[in-house]
Design a binder for this molecule. Structure first.
Ligand SMILES: Cc1cc2c(cc1C)N(C[C@H](O)[C@H](O)[C@H](O)COP(=O)(O)OP(=O)(O)OC[C@H]1O[C@@H](n3cnc4c(N)ncnc43)[C@H](O)[C@@H]1O)c1[nH]c(=O)[nH]c(=O)c1N2
Ligand SMILES: CC(C)C(=O)C(=O)O
Ligand SMILES: [Mn+2]
Length: 494
């Protein structure tokens, strides 16, 4: 296991690293899932090859935890697939033996999606890392499930194209499909839902399907049920995504970024609503409150004014950008915002957006040794000011540190609570405020998760959001595709 993973484990887990080692050792002797017998492990080795199977504590520990606060729950065995045929045979074997199967992309999830709550086999797909096709004239590509977003964009560098969905981590693209991921560019380019054209999926019984039909890669289709978007956001509970056909976008001819700050949260968010209602085609519009800005300055060596702020980016042609930026500057001034602080050259721009992408770690650094409890509500844009202001009042009343950051252009924002795992009093306050905030978001026609998924921590909120009957339909679909319940059990629903 790489040093990074070891340190990350110690950093995030409530145990010290040596305790984690000890703890996971006691797990290795007794399989959590009694169906993972030595005979089962031998059959897995026959499929993927002995060097692609591990029951070592460190490897199991590394695959039992993502970047969330949901503790370490290692699988009984880890298998590394190198082909869709490996995935199909392993899935069939798990299905025939009733062994839980958890797909692993890059482990950057934030809702405990890869935790092996009921033991079983973790199927790591990182070795399936081929970029299979780039159809530049059609603005699409096809990748295997282990390809990450940074790898794809590096590969595309001289094509004039890019893949704009940008979670702050270098996540696998099929993991991003599985969680319906998003990022700072979504306000202009959409989320994984709008940028996924087709998926190759291995079902629990080993069958392989293409959700839009083999080879299909049209920007739109109305041929039958939308199976593609059934698997986008399914969090590994309906099947293993082994290939994705994705939309690409043209790299804009001109890009300019800026920051500005406001006397209060309401003014910043009101400005966002007005900018969008004016139809300005913002590429990025991100809100950071004063606590997040302070964290950003300290962690990323910036010197921004510590006040509620917007990070803005405009894409297009030079002439058009002048008109867009002028209009937005006027709206900012109308809401008592500051002059723009421009980031014109590429290095300045990259520094600013890397600071934004690193905000999770910057907020954790506010309380060294803490780990992230992150929330992710999303509301209709006109309701955004209310939910943010009410949440900020609850944070203040609870006396907790709650930096607010968000893709306000989508009506989506996060609070990155830094919390020591053994600080149970603070953890309870955070959970209470977060639960109340999610209820407020739903009361305002919103959702408890805009982009991180349900995983383990939001299962109790899903039924409130979708309703009993809606949840029953989800469970019927799950029972139809995964009748033995082996696919990532315990995620999305109990
Ligand atoms: C610093 C930082 C910043 C961000 C984020 C994380 C971190 C650490 N994220 C969250 C995370 O990057 C996002 O959820 C990714 O989609 C997770 O992709 P992984 O490949 O890491 O999936 P990971 O391996 O963590 O798995 C996540 C879930 O998907 C399932 N899964 C993974 N691969 C699969 C496959 N091939 N087939 C089926 N199921 C599969 C897993 O079983 C699990 O349930 C995020 N997110 C976001 O939307 N917007 C953001 O801005 C950010 N920002
Ligand atoms: C840090 C993570 C969780 C995120 O979603 C973001 O930065 O928008
Ligand atoms: Mn986000």
């Amino acid at each position: 296991m790489s040093c990074h993973h070891l340190m990350r484990r110690a950093f995030y887990s409530k145990h010290t690293f040596s305790q984690v080692k000890q703890l996971s050792r006691c797990w290795s002797s007794a399989a959590i899932s009694p169906k993972v017998t030595p005979g089962f492990v031998a059959e897995v080795k026959n499929i993927v090859g002995g060097s692609n199977v591990s029951t070592a504590d460190a490897v199991r520990d590394q695959h039992g935890h993502d970047e969330s606060y949901h503790g370490v729950e290692p699988p009984d065995v880890v298998a590394f697939a190198e082909s869709v045929d490996h995935v199909s045979q392993v899935a069939k074997l798990c299905n025939d033996n009733g062994v839980p199967l958890i797909p692993f992309g890059s482990g950057t999830g934030l809702e405990g999606g890869i935790n092996a709550s009921r033991g079983g086999l973790c199927l790591d797909v990182t070795k399936m890392n081929n970029i299979l096709a780039v159809n530049a004239e059609d603005f699409d590509c096809q990748v295997e499930c282990g390809v990450t977003r940074v790898t794809l964009n590096n590969y595309l560098r001289d094509t004039g194209l890019w893949f704009p969905i940008d979670p702050g981590a270098d996540a696998s693209l099929c993991g991003m499909c599985a969680t319906s991921a998003s990022g700072t560019n979504a306000v202009r380019y959409g989320t994984m839902r709008e940028n996924t054209l087709n998926l190759e999926v291995v079902l629990a019984d080993g069958r392989v399907i293409n959700t839009a039909g083999e080879g299909r890669r049209t920007k739109k289709t109305s041929a039958g049920y939308n199976l593609t978007n059934l698997f986008v956001g399914s969090e590994g509970t309906l099947g293993i995504i082994t290939k994705a056909s994705l939309r690409l976008s043209g790299i804009p001819e001109a890009t300019i970024s800026a920051t500005c700050h406001f006397p209060d949260v309401q003014s910043a968010v009101d400005t966002t609503v007005q900018v969008l209602q004016c139809g300005i085609p913002m590429a990025r519009i991100e809100f950071l409150d004063e606590v997040s800005i302070d964290a950003c300055n300290k962690y990323s060596h910036l010197d921004l004014t510590v006040a509620p702020s917007l990070f803005l980016e405009f894409h297009g042609f030079e002439a058009g950008l002048q008109e867009q930026t002028k209009t937005v500057e006027e709206l900012v001034k109308m809401n008592n915002g500051s002059e723009f602080r421009w980031a014109t050259d590429v290095d300045e721009r990259n520094h600013l957006w890397k600071a934004r992408h690193d905000i999770l770690y910057a907020c954790m650094a506010l309380r060294p040794g803490s780990k992230p409890y992150s929330t992710d509500v999303c509301v209709p844009i006109s309701n955004l000011p209310e939910v943010i202001v009410r949440t900020k009042e609850m944070i203040k009343e609870a006396g907790i540190i709650g930096p607010i950051v968000g893709h306000v252009g989508d009506g989506n924002f996060h609070i990155f609570y830094p919390v020591h795992p053994d600080d149970h009093e603070t953890l309870k306050k955070i959970k209470d405020v977060s639960y109340e905030m999610a209820l407020i978001a739903m009361e305002l026609n919103g959702t408890c998760t805009g982009e991180h998924g349900i995983g383990i921590g939001k299962r109790d909120l899903l039924v409130k959001e979708i309703g009993e009957e809606g949840l029953n339909v989800m469970k019927q679909i799950k029972a139809c595709l995964d009748p033995n319940g082996i696919m990532n059990p315990g995620k999305v629903f109990f």
